[in-house]
Design a protein around this ligand. Structure first.
Ligand SMILES: [Zn+2]
Length: 118
């Protein structure tokens, strides 16, 4: 990503608060969250996460069997899911704009809906 230099501090602050993908880059104020590029994998108790601000029905990242990594699932990604290679935990928070986002755990509540489980 190219850095744009020479702008005021105000513009730079705005750029920090929201990513080009539309999601916040700041973690939630309460509950559990992780920065996968900085924090260790929380372990098997967390089976699925979303980038904070994302909708789990549309795009979530689920833990694969046998500790083989993570994969994106959801209405926005299912079409490609069978051809997308697994991603490592450290890349789970990274969006298409190559920004590392905080993630929160989600849990399926039945009938295809998902809740933030933190
Ligand atoms: Zn982003």
């Amino acid at each position: 990503m190219e850095l744009v230099r020479g702008h005021s501090a105000e513009i730079n602050t705005t750029a920090v608060d929201a990513c080009r993908c539309g999601l916040p880059t700041q973690p939630p104020e309460g509950g559990s969250w992780w920065r996968p590029d900085l924090d260790a994998d929380p372990g098997p108790r967390v089976r699925a996460v979303v980038r904070y601000g994302d909708k789990p029905e549309l795009r979530r990242v689920v833990r694969l069997e046998n500790n083989s990594g993570w994969a994106e699932r959801g209405a926005m990604v299912d079409f490609y899911s069978d051809r997308t290679p697994p991603i490592f935990w450290a890349g789970v928070g990274r969006c298409w704009a190559n920004t590392a986002h905080p993630v929160v755990a989600v849990r399926e509540s039945g009938s295809g809906t998902w809740d933030i489980s933190a």
